[in-house]
Write a protein of this length. Structure first.
Lengths: 436, 436
C-alpha cells in the first residue's frame, strides 16, 4: 500500500477499505507516514467525506493507537456524556453526580476550553484544590467509591487523534463531519464505557451553526457507536443563546451547584436532566423515559446528587466547603454592569459573541497553552423573551481589573450581542432532536 | 496573514489576493511555512481551482523564488517551445536547429523522462558526449553562436516550483490545471524568453487524456503568458498513438536526424514544422503562417537546419559524426520483432502502453533517480490506418538482453497495445486546436 495512492483514491471519490485507513493512521502515529500526506488526505476527506464504515475504521484505528481503559472490574454499567461544546455549558458538573446518585457509573474524561467555548476541566479547577490529573489507578478507585470521576485526557488516550487534530487545526481541515466524529468517538470509546450520551450543540455558539450539519454529525456519531458495539443516544440541543446565565469558570461552577441544590436557570436544568435521563436509560437503571426523568429529578430534590458532588469534590482534592458556601469560589475584584441602551424584549443573544467576550476577560483561551483566570466571566441578567427597561443591566462583567480599555470594549461587545426589539419573543425548543 | 486562513479561504471557494499567494509560496520556499500546510493548500486548489489572476500570481511567485535569466544582451528574439510530454516526442531535437536556422534564438531548458513519457535531455545524451549541464555563461555564449542551446534545469530556476512539485507528487495533488500551468510557466519564463510556443498533448499517451481538459490547460497557460507580458501560442496536438515510429532515446535521436535530413515519419514532421512555424511568427521572423511554414520547410530542404544541429552537437560536447553516421549512436544488442497475431487494419495504438513498454526495456524511469539505457526502446513498424498481414512485425523491440521474461512480457504488452480490426481506419488530425 502507498499513502499517495490512498489519498488519490479518496480525492477521486473512492471508498477506502478499512485496512487502507488503518495503514494511514498507524503509519502516521508511528512516524512512517509524514504529516504532509495526512494533511492532503484530510483535505480530500473534507471535500469527499467518508461513509459510515470508513468513519468507523478511522475511529477504531485512532482508538487502537493508544490505551483503551478496561473498567470491567468496576461494577455497574459505565455511561459517559459528551458535548460538542458551547457557551455556558456547565452541564457535566451537575450531570455526573446526578447520574452517579441514580446508580450509573460515570467515567468522565473531559477537555479544556478553547476559543469561545469553555471546558469542563477549567470549570472543575475553579473549585479550590480540585485535581483533574489523577492516575488511572485512582480514577478506577474513585469510580468504585463515588460512581463518578472527572479527569483530563491522558497522553495514552488515542495519541493518533491528538496528533491528527493538531495537524487539522493548522491545515483548515477541522470542519469535516467524519473527522470530527472520529476524533470525538476515538477518545470517548477509549474510556472503556458501555454507553454514551452525546449532546450535539447547534446554533450560533456551537461548532455546528446549522441544524442539518448538526443532524449529520449526530447520525455519524451514533453510527460509529453502533459499529463499535456501544449504546449511544444523541440529543441535538440549542446553542443559539448561552446555556444558563453564567459564562466563566467559577461562575459556572456556582451555577451548577445551584442546579444541584434544586435551583439554577430553567434551560440549564432542562438540558441537564434530559441528558441525565438518557444516561439512566442506557445504563438500564430505568427502562422508560418518564421514569428515568422522575428518578433524576428525585436525586436533585432529595439532595443525594448534591451530596454525591460534595464527595467527588473532596475525593478529587477540592474544598468541599465551597459546595455549601459559594463565596469560597474565586471571585473577580470588579463587577461591571452592561446597561441596555434602549427598552425592548430580548430577541436573541449571540452565544459566540458572549463566549468571546468572556474569553477576552481571561476566562478562556486563544491558544491551547494560554492560562485561564477562574474568577472572571460574564453573567447574563436577561435571556431571550425577557423585557428590559432602558438602562437596566443586560449582563454583569466579572473582571480582573477596573475600567480601562479591555473591560469597556468587552462591555460594548456584550451589549452588541443582545438584540432587542419591540415584539414578544421566545427561545426555540431546547432539545431539537433525539437520535437513539 | 496566516497560512491556515489562506488555506481555509481557498477551501471555501474564495478568491485569493496575489499577496496571499505570494505569502504562501515565499514562506514555503524560505522554510517559514511547513509542507503540510502547502499539501492541504494544493488539495484545496485541486477541488476549488484558481482563476487567471490567482494562477498568474502563483506562477510569478514561483518564478521569483529563483534566478530569472536576463538574455537581453543576446541579440534576437528569444522563443522557446515546451511540450506537456508524450510518447515518441522527439520534436525539440529537430525543432531547435530548424528555428535557429531561420533566425529565432532558442534558449531551451528541458527535462528528463519519467514514467511512460520521455525527456529531451535523455534523447540528447544518447548522442555520445553530448552535455546538457552547461554553466549559464556557456549557455549564453552558445546562444549567440548557434542561435540555440539545449540544457537541463539548474537548481537556481524556480526552486519553489521544484519543492512544490516534489510535494504534489507524494500528496496526489499533481492533477490540477492551475498548479500544472503554474509549474510549467514558472520554469519557462525563468529562461528570459520573449515568447513561448506550447505543445499541449492530448490523448492516451499524454498527461491530459481528454480534449476539454487539455483545452483548459492550454487556455490557462496562454492566460499566464499574457498576464506576464509574454507572447504565447499553444497548439493542442494528438497523443493517442506515439509520435513518429521510434520510442527510446538513441532511436528517437536518429529519427529526429532523419527529419532534419528531409525524411522521417510524416506525423513527426508535421507536428515539428507546425510548432516551428509558430516560433517564427512569435519571433517576428515571418508575419504570415504560410510564409513561416515555407521558411521552416526550406531550412530543412536546404540542409541549413541539419548543419545547425551538427554545430549544436559539436559545441555541446557531442560527436558530430553521429549526425551523419547514425550507426555511431548506441545500439541495443538485441532486436526482436513483435508479430501480428491476426491480419487487419491498425485501429489504434495505445501510446501510454508503448511508453511503458519502452520504460520496461530500460529507456525510461520509474523513479526520478533511475538511470536510462540510451540504446533500448521500441520501433513501431505500422501506425494507425495501415493494414498488416498475420505474422508481419507490428513493432521491433531493441533490448539489452536476448529473450527471458522481460523481453517476452514487453513483446506481449506491445502486441496488446495494437488494436487491429477489419474496417479502414485513419488517425485523427495532428493539430487539434490553436490558441494564439
Amino acid at each position: 500500500m502507498r499513502a499517495s495512492e490512498i489519498i488519490r483514491a479518496k480525492r477521486d471519490g473512492g471508498r477506502l477499505r478499512p485496512e487502507e485507513i488503518r495503514f494511514l493512521v498507524d503509519g502516521y502515529a508511528g512516524g512512517a507516514i509524514p504529516d504532509y500526506q495526512l494533511a492532503a488526505f484530510c483535505m480530500a476527506v473534507f471535500f469527499r467525506g467518508m461513509d459510515g464504515e470508513e468513519t468507523a475504521a478511522l475511529t477504531e484505528a485512532m482508538l487502537r493507537s493508544g490505551q483503551v481503559l478496561d473498567l470491567s472490574d468496576v461494577p455497574g454499567v459505565k455511561v459517559d456524556k459528551h458535548s460538542t461544546g458551547g457557551v455556558g455549558d456547565k452541564v457535566s458538573l451537575a450531570l455526573a453526580p446526578i447520574a452517579a446518585a441514580c446508580g450509573v457509573v460515570v467515567p468522565m474524561v473531559s477537555g479544556r476550553g478553547l476559543g469561545h467555548t469553555g471546558g469542563t476541566l477549567d470549570k472543575l479547577e475553579a473549585i479550590p484544590g480540585f485535581r483533574v490529573d489523577l492516575p488511572v489507578s485512582r480514577f478506577r478507585e474513585l469510580l468504585r467509591r463515588n460512581g463518578a470521576c472527572l479527569i483530563g485526557q491522558t497522553a495514552e488516550i488515542a495519541p493518533a487523534d491528538k496528533k491528527l487534530y493538531a495537524l487539522r487545526d493548522v491545515t483548515a481541515t477541522v470542519e469535516s463531519i467524519p473527522l470530527i466524529a472520529g476524533s470525538i468517538m476515538s477518545k470517548k470509546l477509549a474510556e472503556g464505557i458501555d454507553g454514551l450520551v452525546l449532546d450535539v450543540k447547534v446554533g450560533r455558539g456551537a461548532f455546528m451553526k446549522r441544524r442539518e450539519e448538526a443532524g449529520l454529525l449526530a447520525r455519524t456519531l451514533a453510527g460509529i457507536g453502533r459499529a463499535m458495539g456501544k449504546r449511544v443516544t444523541v440529543l441535538l440541543t440549542d446553542m443559539e443563546q448561552p446555556l444558563g446565565l453564567a459564562v466563566g469558570n467559577a461562575l459556572e461552577a456556582a451555577e451548577a451547584v445551584e442546579l444541584l441544590r434544586g435551583g439554577g436557570p430553567p434551560d440549564l436544568r432542562e438540558v441537564t436532566l434530559a441528558l441525565c435521563a438518557e444516561m439512566l436509560l442506557l445504563a438500564g437503571v430505568e427502562t422508560g423515559g418518564a421514569a428515568a426523568r422522575r428518578r433524576v429529578e428525585r436525586a436533585v430534590a432529595d439532595g443525594s446528587a448534591l451530596e454525591r458532588f460534595r464527595r467527588i469534590v473532596e475525593d478529587q482534592g477540592g474544598d468541599p466547603r465551597a459546595v455549601d458556601d459559594l463565596a469560597r469560589l474565586p471571585r473577580a475584584p470588579v463587577q461591571r454592569d452592561v446597561p441596555a441602551t434602549a427598552a425592548g424584549v430580548v430577541q436573541a443573544i449571540d452565544a459566540e459573541a458572549i463566549g468571546l467576550a468572556a474569553m477576552s476577560l481571561g476566562a478562556g483561551r486563544v491558544r491551547v497553552e494560554d492560562r485561564v483566570d477562574p474568577a472572571v466571566g460574564v453573567v447574563l441578567r436577561h435571556k431571550v423573551g425577557e423585557a428590559v427597561e432602558r438602562g437596566a443591566p443586560l449582563a454583569t462583567l466579572h473582571a480582573a481589573r477596573q475600567g480601562g480599555e479591555p473591560v469597556e470594549a468587552v462591555a460594548a461587545r456584550v451589549a452588541a450581542a443582545y438584540r432587542l426589539g419591540p415584539d414578544p419573543a421566545s427561545p426555540g425548543p431546547l432539545v431539537l432532536e433525539r437520535i437513539g
